[in-house]
Design a protein around this ligand. Structure first.
Ligand SMILES: *Cc1c(COP(=O)(O)O)cnc(C)c1O
Length: 347
């Protein structure tokens, strides 16, 4: 096959900003060290792009969700530094942990038994302190199966650290109560937002994810965190429309004057969902280029009035500063990162 010509959309990753964010979060973690949550392809930004940056910045503990993620991550970091958050559901998972060297996070008595039956060894242990997602419950902390585990990191996960919720202090109290009940080497509670809750929440290791990739889950982090992901797309056609002409699926925009518009090569499959269409705008430098009508499958149509010099082949930017984009679209900052499609990344 001939090599494909240059693409008409791309995602630029600011590697300096990614390294800066890890260092900032590590510094804000005080005497605790920051790990890195890298599950879901580094929140959609790409294992192969992000992992070398995080590793070289100094991260030493990496968290994925699925066993299927281990092999790719292990191309870049020591497999023994990878913890698998969903844990060993069965013997096959436990055997794979042993074969790969990745560390299972034990989340239930069932998983503890799977791990011990397969031979045991170092593992992490998740305690549920109130999110009611993964983790043994507080009442199970004294179980004999738990006592037999060789726990490296004892961890719990905050449900509402991005809010000033009473649940934060409640979970902290519950986690503190469980620490003396289970032998462990290191303790870890805070995700990105939890780091900003202060030193009480830091313990020995923090586990930022979202903020590494430019998310700002709490105002305190606003000045510390830099944007990492910059989606861009090319104008693939321009056209002139007249008063009364409509644009896009369901003709929801009607021109009230003569306009020059640009058709931009980015849409649903790239993660640009319809929520971008409501009074959203793409940008060219400082110029805002309003999106006209609905995102229509693989394309959006923009008003070129503010930048009449633009034409086919010129690139425009999606404003992807995550707190602002979340406010505009109604999507969470997590969704905005993980929804970015594959075509953007081959660019
Ligand atoms: C995803 C995840 C994190 C990272 O959380 P952010 O809110 O993205 O910083 C930390 N710990 C666990 C257990 C997770 O699942």
């Amino acid at each position: 096959m001939a090599e494909a010509p240059p693409p008409s959309l791309r995602l630029t990753i600011d590697r300096d900003a990614l390294a800066h964010n890890w260092r900032a979060l590590d510094r804000l973690s005080g005497r605790a060290s920051a790990g890195a949550a890298v599950k879901a392809d580094c929140y959609g930004l790409g294992f192969d792009t992000c992992l070398p940056v995080l590793r070289d910045a100094g991260a030493k503990d990496f968290f994925v969700a699925h066993w299927s993620e281990v092999a790719t991550v292990a191309r870049h970091v020591d497999p023994r530094s990878i913890a698998v958050l969903h844990g060993p559901a069965n013997r096959a998972d436990a055997d794979y942990a042993r074969a790969s060297g990745a560390v299972p996070v034990i989340n239930s008595l069932h998983q503890a038994k799977q791990w011990l039956d397969s031979g045991g060894g170092p593992c992490d242990l998740m305690v549920d302190s109130g999110i009611n997602r993964l983790g043994i419950s507080l009442s199970e902390a004294g179980d004999l199966l738990v006592a037999q585990l060789d726990v490296r990191v004892l961890m719990s996960h905050l449900a509402s650290s991005d809010e000033d919720s009473a649940l934060n202090a409640w979970q902290l109290g519950a986690f503190r109560e469980v620490l003396p009940m289970i032998a462990h080497k290191r303790a870890s509670l805070a995700n990105s937002a939890g780091i900003a809750l202060g030193p009480d929440y830091h313990f020995d290791m923090t586990r930022p994810g979202l903020a590494l990739y430019g998310g700002v889950p709490r105002g305190e982090l606003e000045n510390a965190i830099r944007q990492v992901a910059y989606p861009e797309a090319a104008i693939i056609q321009t056209r002139s429309i007249a008063p009364g002409d409509t644009v896009g699926y369901n003709a929801t925009f009607t021109a009230d004057r003569d306009m020059r518009v640009g058709v931009v090569s980015i849409g649903y499959a790239d993660g640009i969902l319809r929520c971008w269409g409501n009074s959203g705008a793409l940008k060219h430098g400082e110029h805002a280029l309003p999106i006209l009508g609905k995102v229509s499958m693989d394309m959006v149509v923009i008003d070129l009035s503010a930048a009449p010099e633009l034409s086919e082949g010129d690139w425009v930017q999606l404003p992807y500063r995550l707190p602002d984009a979340a406010q505009h679209t109604g999507l969470s900052q997590y969704e905005l990162l993980t929804v970015l499609g594959r075509r953007l990344k081959s660019g």
